[in-house]
Design a protein around this ligand. Sequence first.
Ligand SMILES: Nc1ncnc2c1ncn2[C@@H]1O[C@H](COP(=O)(O)OP(=O)(O)OP(=O)(O)O)[C@@H](O)[C@H]1O
Length: 461
Amino acid sequence: MIKEIEENKYLCNDLDSSNLNKIMIPVLGCMKNGVIIADKDGWVVYVNPVYQKVTGLKMTERMGKNILKIAPDCPLSRSLKTGKSIPNENFKLFDIDNELVANTNPITIKDKIVGVISVFQNASKVRTILKELEGSKKTIKTLSNKFAHVAKAKYGFGDIVGSSPKFMKCIQMANQIAKTESTVLILGESGTGKELFAHAIHQAGYRNDKPFVRVNCAAIPSNLLESEFFGYEKGAFTGANQQKMGMFELANEGTIFLDEIGDMSFNLQAKLLRILEEGEMYRVGGINPINVDVRVIAATNRNLFKLVKQGKFREDLYYRISVLNIEIPSLKERKDDILLLAEVFLKKANRKLGKKVSGFSKDAKEILEFYHWPGNIRELRNAIERSVAMADDDILTAQDLYFIRAESKKEIDFKNLVPLKVAEREMIKCALDKFGVSVEGKKKAADALGISLRSLYNKIR
Ligand SMILES: Nc1ncnc2c1ncn2[C@@H]1O[C@H](COP(=O)(O)OP(=O)(O)OP(=O)(O)O)[C@@H](O)[C@H]1O
């Protein structure tokens, strides 16, 4: 076949002028895509075997024909006429049914167009490949979401800042607990560092080379939580097109951190208790029990005992998970640590924002120490970052902390007269008045209060 083409009388002089044919024709003959070449006047000088397969045309139906005449609008003709490349164009030839997708380029030698070449394949094949690619992309996305949950613990005890006696006791206790296999319940207001402690406990424990899987029980809609936790079997419900592993299986041999456990549905609490008691679970729609060996660290800023009394949290689960409790003090209970933390966050903010703020003025320190920090360490970190971003001077002054001063003033008004709960409610009201009650407004309000959106919803509830 190649010999026939090599000897083909239609090969024009320019294309024929070098050893091009001898080298290129066998190469083109091996290609998996269809190839057609026409000379500078539009005479077809070459079609490879795949061309015939894809188009269903015989070689004689193209060779020696003038493409400008038989298909003046096809990419080959247009590229020849304009001298321009036509990448990835879908088209249909007048004499075939298949839709094709072609990459077409003029062939130039010493700046002279000597011909034109089209490399193409069946568009439906391309579509199939694209569809498969799309499917693969989805799988990659699902897997990367999974891997976002499955990670090694990011922080250790070395990352936890604080030296007040109450806090040091907490760290000491957490260190001891880390060396056990017991379930741990971490309590504390929003932003006090519960997640940080969970990471540190895992990292200092025997499972530190195994997965650390974080699940925010408040962030996943309750109807999805069960399948997120336990996974599902193919066909378990509409849309369950394939089997999926749940968080417990992903955490096998490692630690699962159940953040905001107080927000877990009553029904799911029973299933969690089963895992804790028996070390086995069922995927949704599954009939075979699966053994899992997982250490559970749970955290909440809600009063679990109160939830038990209200019948919203299972008593048996409460006693099962609260064997070892760590109660992290709020920032206002450890005012000694405020400046220490502020210095650490100042350095971090400098690094992040490329600034060189060296410290705090005396009155700035007073403001930091006086304020009651309802959003705890998260709020302190955000406040420092915000003021570093705005600061013009070498040191942070009271002026840079104007937003805290405004909050503090309100606090003075409340301070002597109202319980903290009332003050908190007023503060939330004030933030919602300012930013509005839309989701966007609530996000801004939560930000300004230094608490998570979820915490804001909990407090509004
Ligand atoms: N002792 C600490 N030292 C340094 N950084 C801390 C400390 N405690 C908390 N942080 C930082 O404060 C932020 C909030 O901490 P974390 O998310 O652990 O709080 P949380 O109690 O889990 O909050 P929430 O209840 O809202 O989920 C994080 O950026 C964390 O790194």
